[in-house]
Design a protein around this ligand. Sequence first.
Ligand code: SF4
Ligand code: SF4
Length: 96
Amino acid sequence: MEDMSGDSKHYIDETLCKGCGLCVDVCAAGIMQMSRRRNRKGYRLPAVSDPEKCRRCRMCEFCCPDMAIYVCPERQTAGGAVDNGPTPSDNANRPR
Ligand code: SF4
Ligand code: SF4
């Protein structure tokens, strides 16, 4: 999918985002912020300022009315390694 951005935990579909800022309002960690970047429609895009402080509560994902955010679930594998979950291409194929 085009216009995906984000760090290793968050994927933001820039084509879907309308810059409403709800994801910023609900982030209890205070790390989701509106950036200066804009998508092709001219809407300002959110960005995660400090991914290491993310609580993985997924509130930003659940509250986005346009389903523009996906937060990768972090899982421990049997060997103790961290599995960061689906890739952006997996996200592109998820049902909308
Ligand atoms: S809640 Fe969704 S549409 Fe609104 S700014 Fe955040 S990502 Fe964009
Ligand atoms: S998953 Fe939770 S803590 Fe992480 S950016 Fe989204 S709302 Fe903030």
